[in-house]
Design a protein around this ligand. Structure first.
Ligand code: URA
Length: 254
C-alpha cells in the first residue's frame, strides 16, 4: 500500500533518505558520503546523518557520482503505457514497474499506479508514491474524468451515446448503475468515451452491454491532462504541479 510521502520540506537524515530511495543500505550511503561521491549544493555533506529538506528541488541540488538525485519522495509520474504490460507489483510477465529505473524498485514508500489499465489497454497511466495524492485522484467522490479512444469490432448502432449518458446502465454483476458517460463517435467503429468511474474492465463491459466488442483501447486524458504526443510509448515523465492541477482541478493543486 502506498504510504503518505514525507511532507515536502520535511527534514530527513541523508543516509535514511537515500537508502529509502534505493541507493543502497545506510552503511553504503555512509561510505559514499565519506568517499566524497555525494554532493549537496556542490559541497560534500558534513556527515551522512546530516538532515536535508525533502523538496522536489533536491534533485537539482544533490548529485551522486555526478548524476542528479532521482526525484525525492512525493513524486508523481505519467507513463505512456504500452500494450502487454501489467499494472501490478506481483504478477508474472512484464510489469509497468519494469519501465522505470531498476533502482526505483527499492524505494520506500514505493511507487504504485494510480488505478489500473488492463494489460491490453495503452496510454496515459499515472504513478505516485504519495498515498494522499493517489486517493485524491481515485476517490469516487471526485469523479475525475478519464477519456478513452475506443476501436470496435462492429459499427456503432446509434443509441450508445444515449444509453451511456442515461446514468441507468447496469453492468452484469454490478449492484448499482453506471454514472453518466459521454460518447463522441469519430468514425463508424471508433469513438472517444469519457467516464468518471474506474470499475473493473469498465469500458469493455460498457460496449459488451451494447452487443459490441472493444478491439483496441487507449487512454489519452485524465481530468484535463492530455498524454503528451511527444511522450513515446513505454516512456515516463515526472508530473509538474501544473500537471497535477490539471488532473485534480487547479483549485485543489496547491
Ligand atoms: N476500461 C477498461 O475496460 N479497461 C481499461 O483498461 C480501462 C477502462
Amino acid at each position: 500500500m502506498t504510504e503518505p510521502s514525507p511532507e515536502p520540506g520535511r527534514l530527513l537524515r541523508l543516509d535514511r533518505l537515500l537508502a529509502n530511495m534505493g541507493y543502497g543500505s545506510r552503511r553504503e550511503i555512509q561510505q559514499l558520503v565519506r568517499a566524497g561521491r555525494i554532493l549537496l549544493d556542490g559541497a560534500r555533506p558534513a556527515a551522512a546523518d546530516q538532515r536535508v529538506a525533502v523538496t522536489p528541488g533536491l534533485s537539482s541540488r544533490m548529485t551522486i557520482d555526478g548524476r542528479p538525485l532521482d526525484p525525492p519522495p512525493g513524486v508523481a509520474l505519467m507513463l505512456n503505457k504500452p500494450l502487454g504490460v501489467t499494472c501490478s507489483h506481483k504478477e508474472s510477465g512484464p510489469l509497468v514497474y519494469g519501465l522505470l529505473p531498476p533502482r526505483w524498485r527499492g524505494r520506500d514508500p514505493m511507487i504504485s499506479t494510480v488505478g489500473r489499465l488492463d494489460k491490453e489497454t495503452s496510454g496515459l497511466l499515472l504513478l505516485t508514491d504519495d498515498g494522499e495524492l493517489l486517493h485524491r485522484i481515485i476517490s469516487p467522490r471526485r469523479q475525475i474524468a478519464k477519456r478513452y479512444r475506443v476501436s470496435l469490432e462492429r459499427a456503432l448502432g446509434g443509441d450508445e451515446a444515449e444509453v451511456f449518458a442515461s446514468g441507468t446502465l447496469m453492468l452484469e454483476s454490478d449492484d448499482k448503475p453506471l454514472s453518466p458517460a459521454v460518447l463522441e463517435p469519430i468514425g463508424e467503429r471508433e469513438a472517444y468515451l469519457t467516464v468518471t468511474e474506474g470499475r473493473y474492465h469498465q469500458v469493455r463491459r460498457m460496449f459488451a452491454a451494447t452487443g459490441n466488442h472493444v478491439t483496441a483501447l487507449h487512454r489519452d486524458r485524465i481530468g484535463s491532462l492530455d498524454l503528451p504526443p511527444d511522450l513515446e510509448t513505454g516512456r515516463y515523465r515526472v508530473l509538474t504541479a501544473a500537471d497535477i492541477g490539471a488532473v485534480i482541478g487547479t483549485a485543489d493543486s496547491a
